[in-house]
Write a protein that binds this ligand. Structure first.
Ligand code: RP5
Length: 163
């Protein structure tokens, strides 16, 4: 990574093709004011870069990792094997089973190396960001206030429909 600014959350996706979905997670982190970094690095295709990303994010103070991947979706599990920080996984819609393959892969980690698995696609991307902020908020009053403000605004939002 080129930057060395402190971060609370590191978002890693397996391919630039995951960005259409994961940009919704990034937008949520922005809205909550959580310092973060987003990168696309493939666990199976770019193992060295993936390892360097883990180390760099940890050096920058990362408290939670979000890993997004489709298909075999090894990335979140590989991230979890390289850190003691919480890892949240977001299954991407793939090319054959609409993301169910990735959902099963991310959810079915062997006992001892947990990954918290979110929903497939956009909802998972958004919720991973909120959940990461909630984890950060355990020891950070600013993050907690941002989450509470988001929840309040969400509750108060009433959509007017044409009658
Ligand atoms: C996964 O394979 C990626 O996370 C992506 O969801 C999927 C397809 O990747 P590309 O072939 O588009 O790079 O590893």
């Amino acid at each position: 990574m080129s930057d060395s600014k402190p971060i609370d959350v590191a978002v890693l996706m397996g391919s630039p093709s995951d960005w259409d979905t994961m940009q919704h997670g990034r937008a949520m982190l922005d809205e909550l004011g959580i310092p973060h970094v987003c990168r696309a690095i493939s666990a199976p295709r770019q193992p060295g870069q993936r390892h360097a990303f883990n180390n760099d994010a940890t050096d920058r103070g990362c408290k939670v990792f979000i890993g997004a991947a489709g298909g075999a979706a090894h990335l979140p599990g590989v991230l979890a094997s390289s850190t003691d920080k919480p890892v949240l996984g977001v299954p991407m819609k793939g090319w054959s089973t609409a993301g169910v393959d990735a959902l099963m892969s991310i959810a079915q980690m062997p006992g001892g190396v947990p990954v918290g698995c979110l929903a497939i696609g956009k909802a998972g991307a958004k919720n991973a960001a909120i959940l990461a902020a909630q984890i950060v908020a355990v020891g950070n009053e600013d993050a907690r206030n941002a989450v509470l403000a988001f929840r309040k605004a969400q509750s108060e939002k009433i959509t007017e429909l044409p009658s």
